[in-house]
Design a protein around this ligand. Structure first.
Ligand SMILES: Cc1ncc(COP(=O)(O)O)c(C=O)c1O
Length: 438
């Protein structure tokens, strides 16, 4: 496969970027985007990229979906931002209603809209603290919840997310989270569940007492952590533990939500209902929008007017995009499509696993698929270097691909769910070519 070219204009933009843009901002590759439609991104040199990254799980409905563009244009004809705190507008209210309808739970629900994922998590914690009158926040090993002080403190991976950025927010604790592929040798999955539940209980003896905990925030499938899927039994146990101890159970669906896993929200795979849910990313097809949705009595426990919200929260343009996104998911059957996409990727990855001894694990929930690379299947020693080379190769040969995992040894698939089968297979062929080459 041919390596993509970089023209002089691209080099000029790269130099300018290096001169003026903070170096700590990560870039998956050094190309400069010109156009993006569906699952295809084109750069200013005319190179085309199949998109398996979706702006890190933002583009479930695909880039620049015509319905999203239409809704946004229509909104722009009327107003850009009166500020919901100054004068209300229908889009915000309608979106909250639609979200309350689709988030699981047979109880009265309310929602608040914000801008980023981290902001949603921060607000969910504020709500849980106000509701319970408690301070402690429990997350999990390998969790990712954002880059603000509180959410960085709730996050597990030290480098790059936390290194040198302390002091961290007080009263944040990390509980153990299962990782079936890396369970001790010779133990069954059922016995491993028991061990993890025991460790989870011990954590509340050694780290923090349950009656001091405001909330447990859980990614039902860990995103940055490497698409790690816990057992139903473990998730149910955590849910029941929260109920027993008056702790608010918050599902962070920021990466896994909006049809990605073959359900509208990933928590639905586990037959449990969260008290609150944080949402963002694919909700608005690339416009900055996030939210907290859940039990009305909890959300309304922050009673003081002005205690939640922010200048740009629930932008009318983002709300218009989000309402279009919800229609598209339904009309284009993206929930069912996610399962099909995931099955195609999995089947191909299984073939690779027969040939390449470096593929240690393939795991998926719908179209949330990850492949974990190891130096050999016996030792399971993570092979971060190989993943680095694989991802670089793909990005240089027309495929936007991301790594994942605490040890950086996984690749993850977050393509638009509107990707065509031809594009999907083209993207997989580039990965196959990368595996052959490196
Ligand atoms: C599960 C999860 N929570 C929170 C966040 C933070 O979102 P943002 O980067 O929009 O602040 C992310 C981002 O990747 C995420 O995957």
């Amino acid at each position: 496969m041919k390596e993509l070219l970089e023209g002089n204009l691209t080099k000029k933009w790269q130099d300018k970027r290096d001169r003026y843009v903070a170096s700590a901002v990560g870039n998956g590759n050094r190309h400069i985007a010109a156009e993006a439609k569906g699952a295809l991104v084109t750069d200013i040199d005319g190179n085309a990229f199949i998109d398996f990254a979706g702006a890190i799980g933002v583009q479930n409905v695909g880039h620049c979906h015509p319905k999203v563009i239409k809704a946004v244009k229509e909104q722009l004809e009327h107003f850009i931002h009166p500020g919901f705190n100054v004068m209300m507008y229908p889009g915000y209210i309608e979106l909250c209603k639609r979200l309350c309808e689709i988030v699981p739970g047979e109880f009265a629900k309310k929602a608040i809209l914000l801008n980023s994922g981290a902001e949603a998590v921060e607000n969910a914690v504020k709500i849980a603290r106000a509701y319970t009158g408690r301070q402690a926040v429990v997350t999990f090993d390998r969790a990712f919840h954002g880059r603000t002080n509180l959410t960085m403190s709730m996050t597990s991976k030290v480098k790059p997310y936390k290194f040198g950025f302390g002091p961290f927010a007080p009263e944040t604790y990390k509980a153990p989270y299962p990782y079936d592929y890396r369970k001790p040798e010779g133990i069954s999955s059922e016995d491993y569940d028991e061990t993890m539940i025991e460790q989870f209980n011990d954590f509340f003896l050694s780290q923090v007492s349950p009656e001091l905990v405001a909330c447990i925030v859980m990614e039902p499938v860990q995103g940055e952590g490497g698409f790690i899927i816990p057992s139903k039994r473990f998730v149910k146990y955590v849910r029941d533990f929260c109920t027993e101890h008056g702790i608010v159970f918050i599902a962070d669906e920021i990466q896994a939500g909006f049809a990605r896993t073959g359900k509208m929200f990933s928590i639905e795979h586990f037959d449990v209902v969260p008290d609150l849910m944080t949402i963002s990313k694919s909700i608005a097809a690339g416009f900055p929008l996030s939210g907290v949705v859940g039990k009305a009595e909890m959300i309304d426990s922050c009673g003081l007017k002005g205690s939640l919200g922010g200048t740009y929260c629930g932008s009318p343009i983002a709300c218009a995009a989000a309402l279009a996104v919800l229609d598209i998911i339904e009309e284009e059957h993206l929930i069912e499509r996610a399962e099909k996409i995931g099955a195609i990727i999995e089947a191909r990855a299984e073939e690779w696993a027969d040939t390449y001894h470096s593929i240690g694990d393939i795991r998926r929930l719908g179209a949330m698929v990850a492949i974990e690379f190891v130096k050999d299947k016996q030792s399971k020693e993570p092979d971060k270097e190989l993943v680095k080379r694989l991802v670089t190769y793909c990005n240089q040969h027309g495929l936007l691909l991301l790594d994942a995992g605490l040890k950086g040894n996984c690749i993850r698939f977050l393509s638009p769910l509107t990707i065509t089968e031809v594009q999907l297979n083209q993207g997989l062929a580039i990965i196959e070519d990368a595996l052959n080459s490196i």
